[in-house]
Each structure stands twice: as structure tokens, then as C-alpha cells.
Write a protein that binds this ligand. Sequence first.
Ligand code: NAP
Length: 280
Amino acid sequence: MSILIDGKELAKITRQNLKIDCDDLKEQGIIPKLAVIMVGDNPASKVYVKNKSKACEEVGIEYEEFLLEENTTQEELINLIKELNKREDITGILLQSPIPAHLDINEAFRTISPEKDVDGFHPVNVGKLTLGQDTFVSCTPYGVIKMFEKYNIDLEGKNVVIIGRSNIVGKPLIQCCLNKNATVTVCHSRTKDIVEYTKKADIVIVAIGKAKFLKADMVKDGAVVIDVGINRGEDGKLCGDVDFENVCEKASYITPVPGGVGPMTIAMLMNNVIKAAKNK
Ligand code: NAP
């Protein structure tokens, strides 16, 4: 039976510590403030945004929401970002994805000032991460790394297999794990025999968005299993990319869904907003 990595509890402790930092900043006259832009009416995004505003409130970060209509033009979106870049009171900017298909999200991410890019998606910040320089690390990979640190899971020399290569999770995770001296393998939808890789892995991180994809016979005994996925199972309940009930019999450590990577992602967003305010 594995040890459960309690992301909910870790996130709570992180927020409590960040509150102390936030109070210190305020005493110095620096007020951390996050601007969140949401375009359209995506129900899942609404839930994520609500959770982010709740976390801000808990830490003491000021928060302002910008809700744009589904038919917003690229120019309107870019102009809003430029205006927020200029605003002295705003220390962090987040564009909630997905945005409607007619908009160019990459141009929008590029427009956010790197100093306010608390999601770590700006090419400058991605480049800094690749070079091993101090930067805003995107929140989900950062949350995963914090979990390893808090549970004393050393990555040095370990075989880490990441399944999924998205710009927001898989790719930055490669760099984060490399920076911890792991040997990293990345699998994706075109990988021929994923099991061949996962069975040899000391640590498997799955971020693909396929309910219960990673089965017990795909991992070796004692592997650490991190589940980034958020899906609705056939029973309508939230579940991850890992067949949790069976994999937990084999893994040494495992993250649950919900209550694993998700809460840590939001805690790391709070961390990045405080960092942006400190840099200021
Ligand atoms: P994404 O952009 O859709 O990327 C999915 C990745 O998975 C792609 O690289 C894709 O490969 C790969 N993939 C898809 N099906 C596969 C398969 N059958 N076998 C192997 N690889 C496969 O997704 P994302 O934004 O990274 O999100 C992934 C999951 O994590 C989603 O469930 C999402 O909701 C969740 N998520 C959770 C958090 C959190 O805070 N917990 C944060 C972000 C995302 P190709 O590149 O070849 O297409």
C-alpha cells in the first residue's frame, strides 16, 4: 500500500506561509494583486477562476477579474493585457485557458509582461527555466516538484517518465526534473510502447487527460506515481489519469485526484504572485 501525497494539506500549509510573506510585503507598502482574464463562458474555467480568487483571499492577495465576451477580438484582448502591463497596482496577470478558438493564445501569452507572467508561459520565462535560471515556473510542474521536496523524494539519478508533452505541463516538467538531476523520458500519443518505458520508471508522472489510463501492470513495484490528469469517470465522478485503486497497491507514493496536484497548482500560483510582488 502506498503513501498518499496529500496535495490539499501541503497547499494549505503553503498558503499559510505565503500569508506571512504577503503581510510583510503589505507592511512595506507593496500590495500583491492578481488580474485574471477570462474570455467566454467555459464552466470548468469558471470553477478554476473561483478557486484562484478564494486562494487569493486566503493569502491576502488582491484580486481583479476581467470577464470578456465570447466574441472578443484579438485586438481587444491584446489591448487589455497591455493596459494591465502598465497598471502599477497589478503585480501578476493570468489569462485563463482555454480561450475561444478564433483568438491567438500564444500572442496573448507573449504580450503579458514577463515580470507579471505568474503562469510562467511567456517565452522569456520558458527560456529562463530551460537555462536553469530563476524565473516563474509554470504552476502545475512547480507544484509537482514541491510535492517531491516536501515528501523527501529525491530525483537525483532517478528514471522519471513523463507521459504528456503539453506546453503547460509536460514540457516544463521535463526541465524541472532535469534541474533535479533526474534522467527524463517523455512519452506522448505517438510513443510506440509506453509500457516499455513506464515499467522501468522510478517515477511516473501522467498528464494526458485520459481517465484511469495508467494501470497497475504498467508500473514497477515501489514506483512513485504522480497524477496530473483531471477527468470525469464513467460514474460521473472526478478522476485522474491513473487507475488509482489498483496502482496504489504497487506504488510507494501516489497522488490522489481530487486533492493531489490540483490544489498545489493553485498554491504555486499564489507563490508566483508573491514572488512577482517581491521582485517589484
Ligand atoms: P493537453 O494539452 O491536451 O496535452 C495532452 C498530452 O497528452 C499531449 O502531449 C498528448 O500527446 C498526450 N496524450 C494524449 N493522449 C495520450 C495517450 N493515449 N497516450 C500518451 N500520450 C497521450 O493536456 P494538458 O493541458 O497537459 O492537460 C493534461 C491533463 O492534466 C488534463 O486532464 C488536464 O485537465 C490536467 N491538468 C491538471 C492540472 C492540475 O492542476 N491538476 C493542470 C493542468 C492540466 P501529443 O502531444 O502527441 O498530442
